[in-house]
Design a protein around this ligand. Sequence first.
Ligand SMILES: [Zn+2]
Length: 261
Amino acid sequence: MIRKSIFTCIVIAAAAGTSSAQLLKGKLNSKTISAAEKGVQAATFSDADAAKMAKEAVDWMDQHNPVADAKDPYAIRLNKIFGKHKNEDGLTLNYKVYKVVDINAFACADGSIRVFSALMDMMTDEEILAVIGHEIGHVKNHDSRDAMRDALKRSAIADAASSQSGVAAQLTDSQLGALANAMLESKYSRKQESQADDYGYDFLKRNNYNVMAMSSAFKKLESLSTGAKQSNMEKMLSSHPDSGARAKAVEEKAKKDGLYK
Ligand SMILES: [Zn+2]
């Protein structure tokens, strides 16, 4: 089923450790830059196009990153945590783990959720659900057709992505890599992030999880951002509200709901 929005969200990205693979993103194809200069025409780029492009980009990333197979402990853990939420709030979601060192997770318009093993390593089950709930919030809130259009521009495949029929043209491997890269670098406004936080909180609440997991997840991210890797963090966190402030906002909501612990 096609979703109306495309979403990518950088929760946090850390260049921590070297023992496992780095997330493979695409390289920009300089040969197609001229296409981007023509821009993506709003009239020919629909919500359905955005979802279709998202699916193609995610498929590309699945092919080019180390995906945990069904017997992998990470896949087993995510399935146990999230399997029951595959049909959350009217969405049809699919999920996989990328075994990479980046501390991140994202979700897209076609319902694809990807969680990175390094993020799972540092979070409890409920904290992982808090992060995923935030990601689902971006999908549900339809934040992202414009972000996808922007990603297409930045990935220099504007012409390939739009057509008179409204169906995206076949993209080459390098074009898909460029699109995946641009998608992962999308930034949302602080307001969009706060609203996604609200959605994540409500996701935990309506499923009877401990809402405080959202606060503790942010505190863990904050402790990373003040650590040795700060210079790497700053760029990735620049569009996000301060993690400490986000944790505090969750705590205030929890107090009002009588769920503060
Ligand atoms: Zn976000």
